[in-house]
Ligand binder design. Sequence first.
Ligand code: MN
Ligand code: MN
Length: 470
Amino acid sequence: MLGKKTDPEELKKALFWERKNAWDYIPESQMKRLEAYMKDYRSFLDYAKTERESVNTAIEILEKAGFEDMRKTKDTKKIYYNHHGRALAIFRQGKTPIQKDLKILVAHLDSPRLDLKQYPLYEDEGMAMLKTHYYGGIKKYQWLSRPLALHGVIAFPDGTVDSIVIGEDENDPVFTIADLLPHLAGKIQMTKKANEFIPAEKLNILFGGKPFNDDPKLEDRVKLNVLSLLNEAYGITEDDFVSADLEIVPAGKARDVGLDRAFIGGYGQDDRVCSYAAMQAIIDTEDPEVSSLVLLLDKEEIGSEGAAGANTWITELVLGYILARHGLDQSSVVRRLLANAECLSADVNAGVHPDWKEVHELRNAAYMNGGLILSKFTGVRGKGGSNEAPAEFVAQLRNLFDQHDIIWHIAELGKTDEGGGGTIAKFMSYYCMKVIDAGVPVLDMHSPFEITSKADIWMMHQGFCAFLDN
Ligand code: MN
Ligand code: MN
């Protein structure tokens, strides 16, 4: 209760929710650490463009911070578990008994992209081309007329697996999907709806153009030439494409955006911005009371199905391992621990775009520079297909973040009738735990160049540390 206040301005201050700009609340003394964090984060984005590269890059960072491979140590203080090379679980033991409480941060490492088909290579009009099958929700036209890189692995029948990255080094060639010139696009393209503008079967990569020799009667001599170059460099034949996970992603590095460098632009920030923050939080927490688990998973962008996604046993598997090392191997212990756990599903929300405000309900939207975003629920039209965090859990986090000077607000993804989306949260709620979505707003989400605010990333990082530490 406020007592008797009659000054309306004073009363407003006490009663109204006030929108804050996170930059106003970052002390000058933190700016050096903030910029150092952003530099490391940009570099993570540069090396971690696929889920597998993200796992490998994360493991390098974790090992430097003293975390050990769970399969190689009996200790459970600071460990990680590499799941099929495409998902990662990170565990840090707290002071309270291991079977009692658990804090979880869960995020995803996969991003929308173009996958190569299994028989991708063909020659047409003297050019070698690659067929693609897009992965996740993309606006197909955004992938035309830009430098693209090839990342992935090729698995051979003898059991060896080779990694491949072409298009990131400045001396590398890049690839592209050439669009149609405007002069001839009037009828065939420009009158179409945007989702028909470029059919998926025209998302073909320009891969080469030199013939193998000067014999014009030799069929497919450009295709032969690129295959022989691939064979020279990687020992592969056309058959080997069938046992490969090859992804086409935007070429080039993440960059600061804006004259004042307020933003970061780069590919795959949904959800590597949260994955990176979750990993850094479990590294940075000083001496946590409660044990913490960070899960960085695959396949969120296509519904979290698949052996390295959230809709699997990975959580029970990892906790089962850890509890067994403490002589607690009954599955009921795992279940009780999970049901008691608290979880932040670390994923991004849609930042209000100054030119497209009409898709948001502005009182309940995520705005750039507004700090950490909580989403009480996700889903589509009437909260369909989502989990909803209970009021008590929101109250607990409100208290936590306010006590730690974290600037945050709560937001929905777009107007109620407009659309929506889901996250990993509902798969964690399956274990009966408390879970809520927490992340940062993104402009131009799912595009080849997504935009985030450094102030928001900083607040998220501080918020995740406070969550694991308290
Ligand atoms: Mn996401
Ligand atoms: Mn997404």
